[in-house]
Design a binder for this molecule. Structure first.
Ligand code: FO1
Length: 320
C-alpha cells in the first residue's frame, strides 16, 4: 500500500449475485480501494480438500474465468477426474472440474503447510491477475449448518446433495464464536472505509455467516461509513438460489422488504429493483433509505452501472 491508504469500499459477497456486483465494483474502483470479503459458510472438506465455493466464485468472476452457466467453477472445464472417479465408485454428487481441482489441491497443500486462508486466497487471486483484495471473512472456519426437521445438515449437503429440498427451520454458524475477522477485513474495518456494500447475496447463508464473526456487526456500525445492501430478491423471487424458499419456510413475509428488515439496524440504505418500486415506502418506514433502480445484472455494463449507482447512493447517505 503506497502512502495514505485509499478510502476503501468493503464489499460483503456470497454466491453468484454477490460476485456479479463485486465484479462491477472492481471495474469502477482502483484496485487498492476495494476489499471483497467472501463468505466462508459454504466451505467444507471433500476428498480431503478444502473447498471454498464463495471465495472461488468471486475469484473466478473477477478473473474473468467463471462458468456463467452454472454460477460456480470455471469456464471451459473438463471433467476427466470426475468421470474416472465415477468409474471407481467415488462420490460425484459435488462436481469438481479438472481445472477447479487444481485450485483446491494447491489451496489445501498451502494451508497444510501453515499458510492462512487469507494469504492463500490473496496470492491465488493475484496469480489469476486480480488487482482487488479478496479475503475470507475469517481465517478460522465458520461453517453454515442448516437445521431441518430431520436434523442438521452441513451446508453443501443441504444445497447440493439434497438440492435445497429439505424444509429449513434455522441456521447455525459452527465455529463463529472462535473466529476473528481476517486481517485485511479487520484492517479495513479499523480505518479508512468509505462505503460498505452488502452485495445481492442470500442474507441467511451468505451474509449472516460473515456478520456472525464476533465484533463484525458492531465494527460495521462503528466504521463511520454508510452501509448499503442490494436486494437479492427481485419481484418476490431470488434471481438464483433458495432465498425466497427459505424465507417462506422461516415464516417470514418474503419479498425484498423482508431482506431490508433482516438487515435492520445495520444498513443505512437498501437498493431495490424497479419491479419492487412499490416496496420503497415500506423500506423507508424501517428507517432505511431506499434507492430504486435496475438491479438485475446480465451484462458487464449492468454490473458496472449498478456498482456506480450503489457507490453514489452510499456517498449521498454518508453526506447526511
Ligand atoms: N453447486 C451445485 O449445485 N452442484 C455442484 O456440483 C457444485 C459443485 C461446486 C464445485 C465447486 C464450487 O466452488 C462450487 C460448487 N457448487 C456446486 C456451488 C456451491 O454449492 C456453492 O456453495 C453455491 O454456489 C452457493 O454459494
Amino acid at each position: 500500500m503506497t502512502g495514505r491508504a485509499a478510502p476503501t469500499c468493503l464489499a460483503l459477497s456470497g454466491g453468484v449475485g454477490g460476485a456479479k456486483l463485486a465484479l462491477g465494483l472492481s471495474r469502477v474502483l482502483p484496485p487498492e480501494a476495494l476489499v471483497v470479503v467472501a463468505n466462508t459458510g459454504d466451505d467444507f472438506e471433500h476428498f480431503g480438500l478444502l473447498i471454498c465455493p464463495d471465495i472461488d466464485t468471486v475469484t473466478y468472476t473477477l478473473a474473468g474465468v467463471s462458468n456463467t452457466e452454472t454460477g460456480w467453477g470455471r469456464a471451459g472445464e473438463s471433467w476427466n477426474a470426475m468421470e474416472a472417479l465415477a468409474a471407481l465408485g467415488g462420490e460425484t454428487w459435488f462436481r469438481l472440474g479438472d481445472r477447479d481441482l487444481a485450485l483446491h489441491l494447491e489451496r489445501t497443500r498451502r494451508i497444510a503447510a501453515g499458510e492462512s486462508l487469507s494469504a492463500v486466497t490473496t496470492d491465488l487471486a493475484r496469480r489469476l491477475g486480480i488487482g482487488a483484495c479478496i479475503v475470507p471473512a475469517s481465517d478460522q472456519p465458520v461453517r453454515t449448518v442448516v437445521e431441518t426437521p430431520d436434523g442438521p445438515l452441513p451446508f453443501q449437503h443441504y444445497f447440493v446433495r439434497e438440492q435445497c429440498r429439505p424444509r429449513v427451520t434455522g441456521f447455525r454458524f459452527a465455529g463463529a464464536d472462535a473466529a476473528m475477522p481476517s486481517p485485511a477485513f479487520a484492517a479495513a474495518l479499523a480505518g479508512g472505509v468509505s462505503a460498505v456494500v452488502i452485495c445481492p447475496s442470500n442474507p441467511f447463508i451468505s451474509i449472516d455467516p460473515i456478520l456472525a464473526v464476533p465484533g463484525v456487526r458492531q465494527a460495521l456500525r462503528d466504521c463511520g461509513a454508510p452501509v448499503v445492501a442490494v436486494s437479492p430478491i427481485v419481484a418476490g423471487r431470488a434471481i438464483k438460489g433458495p432465498t425466497a424458499k427459505m424465507m417462506a419456510e422461516l415464516g417470514l413475509a418474503g419479498g425484498a422488504v423482508e431482506v431490508a428488515r433482516h438487515h435492520r439496524g445495520l444498513i443505512d440504505g437498501f437498493v431495490l429493483d424497479r419491479s419492487d418500486a412499490e416496496s420503497a415506502a415500506a423500506v423507508e418506514q424501517l428507517g432505511i433509505a431506499a434507492l430504486v433502480t435496475g438491479t438485475v445484472m446480465e451484462t458487464l455494463d449492468d454490473k458496472t452501472r449498478l456498482a456506480e449507482e450503489v457507490l453514489a447512493f452510499a456517498r449521498s447517505l454518508g453526506a447526511r
